[in-house]
Design a protein around this ligand. Structure first.
Ligand SMILES: [Zn+2]
Length: 359
């Protein structure tokens, strides 16, 4: 999934004021640009505080943008996502009552009062962005726009799960400590790629925290899927292929049961790399399927192996279906700070290789 954080602040970095009215920080030109930006995403995420305070409907009003999304095979409105700790959200809020887009609520416990209005997804407390991202990705979200407030923005940044950041500052507007509400300042590393523009009087900065690696990823992931085709199908396991790419460019491959009937593809590739004396810290592992998080016939799961050897990136095509076990590999890897990328455009090929077990 690619994730963008988008927010506007006053010149003294406030996201809102202390009044009960919604404070408009953007100028009309900047707001138009934000609405155009929204149209490029599958889903939009806000915090419960923003929902209660601003009561936004989060619909795309422009018929032109809606038409463009329809033409691209998307729903005219974005999937709406809200994160709540308390669960205190009114099912009468416009978030729930307007539009026919999918609606998801992330909460630490079931919320029966909202079940008619949205799909409630339970994540362990404290709720982590790693859980939200993984659960949305399983449901087909590939591009997520996060619009805050402060707690939500900080959660995504602290977990390293923001790829790009759009920060618009209104240089004419200051609130001061008396009037100011939530304050938010983004402090990127000094070498972060950034471009600036002035838009209708707003100063807009775009930061790239994780460059788009999809060209390289798709090439190696296709190779991993090809490796999976070498496996002999059997009723009790998936046919998976893996490719390891070291920082120095050397590669190692593996497929399920290549040398032993209990070995997974990732294990086979890791074993070959270690036999060749490789240091796997900072390496990327490509696997046709989500690395497993539970093993009965081996002491460690592939997720544990990947973490123990210090891989920095994991790329796969298909989430494991709920067939043998409930796999939590992607979420566990993200929670440990590993960058996880999923390319569902290649998942059909993986399903074909696994027609013997895929339900
Ligand atoms: Zn495995």
């Amino acid at each position: 999934m690619r994730i963008t954080l988008s927010f506007a602040t006053t010149a003294d970095h406030y996201l809102d004021d202390r009044s009960s009215q919604r404070l408009m920080i953007s100028t009309p030109e900047d707001w138009e640009d934000v609405l155009r930006l929204r149209a490029e995403y599958d889903a939009i995420l806000i915090g419960a505080e923003t929902l209660r305070r601003d009561n936004p409907a989060l619909l795309l009003r422009s018929e032109e943008l809606r038409e463009r999304r329809r033409a691209a095979g998307l729903k005219p409105d974005l999937t709406k996502v809200v994160v709540t700790r308390s669960g205190q959200l009114s099912p009468q809020a416009r978030f729930f009552t307007e539009g026919d887009a999918e609606r998801y609520v992330f909460a630490p416990r079931p919320l029966p009062a909202l079940e008619a209005a949205a799909t409630v997804i339970v994540c362990d407390e404290p709720i982590k962005a790693a859980c939200i991202v993984t659960e949305l990705e399983r449901r087909g979200v590939e591009r997520l726009l996060v619009e805050g407030g402060a707690q939500v923005l900080r959660m995504f940044l602290d977990e390293g799960l923001a790829d790009t950041v759009r920060w618009a500052v209104n240089p004419q507007l200051t609130l001061g400590a008396e009037q100011g509400g939530a304050r938010f300042e983004f402090r990127p590393a000094a070498d972060t790629e950034c471009r600036h523009e002035v838009l209708g009087g707003m100063e807009v900065a775009w930061y790239t925290l994780h460059p788009d690696m999809s060209d390289i990823d798709l090439r190696y992931l296709s190779e991993a899927i090809d490796q999976g085709r070498r496996c002999t199908p059997c009723a009790t396991s998936y046919c998976v292929g893996a490719v390891i790419v070291l920082p120095d460019g050397r590669t190692f491959t593996g497929h399920t049961h290549e040398t032993l009937p209990t070995h997974h593809a990732e294990q086979e590739a890791i074993r070959k790399a270690l036999d060749a004396g490789a240091d796997l810290h900072g390496a990327t592992i490509y696997s046709s399927m989500e690395p497993c998080s539970e093993r009965k016939s081996e002491p460690e799961s592939c997720t544990q192996l990947i973490l123990r050897h210090g891989f920095s990136r994991v790329v796969f095509a298909a989430y494991e279906p709920l067939h043998f076990v409930c796999c939590q590999g992607a979420r566990m890897l993200r929670e440990a700070g590993v960058e996880v990328r999923v390319y569902p455009s290649l998942a059909d090929e993986v399903r074909r290789t696994n027609a013997h077990v895929w339900k």
